[in-house]
Design a protein around this ligand. Structure first.
Ligand code: TA6
Length: 287
């Protein structure tokens, strides 16, 4: 059986040691196993009962990344990262294809907590398509404007990768891109490094990046290729020691075992006219 559904999640398996686990809360992918090995980070303190966004895996950001900077923006009243990660999605369909297994999840306003939807009351339909192949995982979002006026949104796949050791991590392919440095009060700069290493807090939004894929590489040379499909920006985040210690749903030392490399459209809003659909996502493949 490729789809094992329980009350709070579905586990999708291909019968060859590859699987992906998706909680209905947030449609959050919490595990991706290829060749018997876990590729995503999930905090040991993550809250999985639907009372807080899940700390780890791939939380979905929509319709606002962070908090809106402009207090007049239609998304200004929403909490950090919007409401998609705090809503219970529907498992719409499972497809068992040739060499791939796919789960499709949906979110409509009626499933968004009322107090959140009231803050951004635009009619929309989100579809989230998760496809497991032997060496890769693809996750795609589609956003449809089902109303009679245009709306603006951000969306992001806030992926937490499980890594053996932050001190040997290398991130490739972000050189020559402009970034916003959230650790330096939003200063703008241009990345000069061909290989990014992390030895302190990092929280950067690389805008409109030039490379098709970012490589997340571990000390032994293995890693994950993170390919952009229809999305423009790449966020790199590691909270490091002090911020980790201040987070209730994150272990004090876990910052050494994870890196967030997040693809989406967050530096500018996507403008969606009535009746239109936007699509974008990522393909993660083992290197
Ligand atoms: O994507 C990076 C970021 O926006 C950071 O600024 C950091 O706050 C992180 O997301 C996690 O946010 P959260 O609301 O899940 O604690």
């Amino acid at each position: 059986m490729p789809f094992q559904k329980s009350d709070d999640k579905v586990i999708i398996q291909d019968g060859n040691e590859n699987s992906v686990e998706v909680y209905f809360y947030g449609a959050t992918v919490t595990s991706w196993i290829t060749a018997g090995k876990e590729r995503l980070f999930l905090s040991k303190n993550a809250i999985l009962n639907g009372t807080k966004a899940i700390r780890g895996g791939i939380p979905l950001v929509f319709p606002q990344f962070g908090k809106a900077e402009d207090s007049d923006a239609p998304t200004a009243a929403l909490p950090q990262h919007g409401f998609a990660r705090n809503s219970k999605w529907e498992f719409l369909e499972g497809k068992d294809g040739d060499n791939e297994v796919t789960g499709i999840f949906g979110l409509s306003p009626s499933s968004v907590p009322t107090e959140l939807y009231q803050k951004w009351p635009f009619p929309f339909k989100l579809l989230y398509t998760v496809t497991l192949r032997p060496q890769s995982l693809s996750t795609f979002i589609s956003v449809k404007n089902e109303g009679s006026e245009a709306f603006d949104f951000h969306t992001l796949l806030h992926t937490y990768f499980s890594i053996p050791d932050i001190s040997t991590l290398k991130i490739h392919n972000l050189a020559n891109n402009v970034f916003i440095d959230k650790v330096a009060n939003g200063a703008r700069d241009t990345e000069t490094r061909e290989v990014i290493t992390v030895n302190g807090e990092v929280d950067r939004v690389y805008e409109d990046v030039n490379a098709e894929a970012v490589l997340v590489q571990y000390g032994d040379g293995s890693g994950i290729r993170v390919k952009r499909i229809g999305v423009k920006d790449v966020v790199v985040w590691n909270q490091w020691e002090a911020k980790a210690a201040a987070m209730s749903d994150f272990g004090d030392d876990e910052y050494k075992e994870m890196i967030c490399v997040e693809l989406g459209n967050v530096s500018k809003y996507v403008h969606l006219a009535p009746g239109e659909t936007w699509e974008g996502g990522q393909e993660l493949s083992v290197i």
